[in-house]
Design a protein around this ligand. Sequence first.
Ligand code: NAD
Length: 479
Amino acid sequence: MRVFPNLIGGEAAATEEVMANINPSDTRDIIGEFAVGTRSDVETAIAAAAAAFPLWSRTNALTRFEILDRIGSEICARSAEIGDMLAREEGKTLREATAEVLRAGQLFKFFAAEAYRANSEGLPSVRDQIGLTVSREPIGIVGIITPWNFPIAIPAWKIAPALAYGNTIVFKPAELVPGSAWLLADIINRSGLPKGAFNLVMGHGAVVGDAIVSSAKVAGVSFTGSTRVGKAIGHALFERGARMQLEMGGKNPLIVLDDAPLERAVDSALQGAFFSTGQRCTASSRLIVTPGIHDAFVTRLRERMAELVIGDARDPQTQIGPVVSEAQLAIDQHYLDIGRREGARLAQGGERLNPKAPGYYLNPALFTETTNRMTINRDEIFGPIAAVIPARDYEEALVIANDTEAGLSSGIVTRDSKIIRHFREHAEAGMIQVNLPTAGMDFHAPFTGRKQAGYGPAEKGSHAREFFTAVKVTHEQFI
Ligand code: NAD
């Protein structure tokens, strides 16, 4: 069995404990054994990142460009191989997994170019003979803590800007998906970065994650994961005056109005709710539908759901892979029970498929006749489960859409340009999708949630520099 070590200070770092990485499509398949880091491993990684900071933070733009571009090129060139690892360890279909890997490569290339952009600007002073400059500096050592559902894209969109703006890194991937993270870290490790500028410490959130969050030497933490963990981390970071960027859970609505083209509406719902097994923070789990299209929409969506090919993530025919783990499957089944108990009608799916097969297969489920007060429409389930919520008209649909603690992605399907404009202005979410699934954003655009879905500056795109740099203002008297 191959053992994958932590990568600290540019070197493989062995650990006493290792953790098996299990394929959720076939639990007999063990992908490898991955290091389980300790607090002391985190301290060693932080020391390495601190030692590398003076050199990396002063590296010129051309060197940064070349290193990031090299990383991006290798990721793209190996997208099939890394995509296979991603599909194998997370259960995302091969097509989605390979596309995610390519996106990670493109993100590095985008941030390679960002390394050239001006990081300071001159302002005219209001006083005579005074120079005024607003410059940006790297913040220092950053902790990067990521979830399991985008095992390479989310690490890439945090690591690439952190490096582009001159920071050094301690990276902790999610326990369930260390394989893609390790391949990414190995590429970064061989890219020509100074040793210690990037460190990978795998292991448990409560140990490795907590050690990163509580170290006074870590200037800021960029976290993506559940709202519960994000809030706890946020308190700890605030206490010690560190920066934070928290991207957390969603409960995203897709409004379907009477005038929506039926196939487009159904396709947006199908993709947004169930692709990636519904395990996306931007998944549309609440389908808010007006009366003129309601019945046709439900009928057609059920037909399309019944045609979905569910199976091994690495089988090219598969459209929906397994749920990521036994624990997540239990959570999904728990919410299916709650939905039924609270009076929702299970109109389609919801049963475990091939219960004897060594994989966590769940038939995507659709509830109808639900209200927005039901638990299934309040909590983020994070599985292939969606609910139809009837609404009288657009006005009521908008109120329902906004009635959530999360404000990540919000979608609408309609031809009415007046309504589209109104929705764009009044939807309480960081990201709006019109006549599209709620999931799926361009890699160079910012990514941001409102209310409890996000805290701190937006991620990705040029906006990333707001978190990964600190502003410094200089007034200078010419003498
Ligand atoms: P999670 O919160 O359980 O874990 C996320 C990461 O935090 C993991 O690496 C975990 O090990 C670590 N962690 C856990 N406890 C910690 C602690 N005490 N201190 C420090 N680190 C700790 O989330 P998950 O189950 O891996 O991912 C699913 C969640 O992520 C969902 O809620 C989903 O909505 C969210 N998510 C949000 C976005 C977004 O951009 N808004 C994107 C993807 C996923």
